[in-house]
Design a protein around this ligand. Structure first.
Ligand SMILES: [Zn+2]
Ligand SMILES: [Zn+2]
Length: 144
């Protein structure tokens, strides 16, 4: 379900509803998505697109992970518009384009340790890179 929203108040109400999982939000907004994550961190890093796609279930999993880690998790990359994904040579059907993927860095933990800890959570895809980990909610299991 996809819905474009005009204002922050309405969005907050919708985030609290159970049925709505995929939300497209205007890029100029910012607000807290969960206790430790804000919309700003999830925006596409290009200057051309105007919306942010947020998958609520994925944010819920990220917050659970954040609580368990007990230290700040820096969002290196989250939503990417098609244009930006192409520019940085992301995978053709990258989960980042659907708001279901997040690349994370933790200053108190190596990517390898963080990658191992992510296994205890409900992420579908978990990937290890030299300076960050990728976690996603693609709907089926994937590991690399
Ligand atoms: Zn973009
Ligand atoms: Zn990623």
């Amino acid at each position: 379900m996809k819905k474009e929203l005009k204002n922050e108040t309405k969005l907050k109400e919708l985030l609290n509803e159970s049925g709505l999982n995929l939300i497209a939000v205007k890029k100029e907004l910012d607000f807290r998505l969960s206790e430790n994550f804000s919309l700003n961190e999830f925006k596409c890093r290009c200057n051309q697109c105007r919306i942010v796609v947020i998958n609520v279930d994925h944010i819920v999993k990220l917050q659970a992970f954040r609580y368990a880690i007990g230290a700040p998790l820096h969002v290196a990359s989250a939503y990417r518009c098609e244009h930006h994904n192409k520019n940085i040579r992301g995978a053709k059907n990258s989960q980042h384009m659907f708001g279901t993927a997040t690349d994370l860095v933790c200053r108190t933990m190596s990517p390898k340790e963080l990658h191992a800890r992510a296994e205890d959570f409900d992420f579908d895809g978990i990937g290890l890179y030299s300076s960050f980990i990728h976690v996603d909610s693609r709907g089926y299991r994937a590991r690399w």
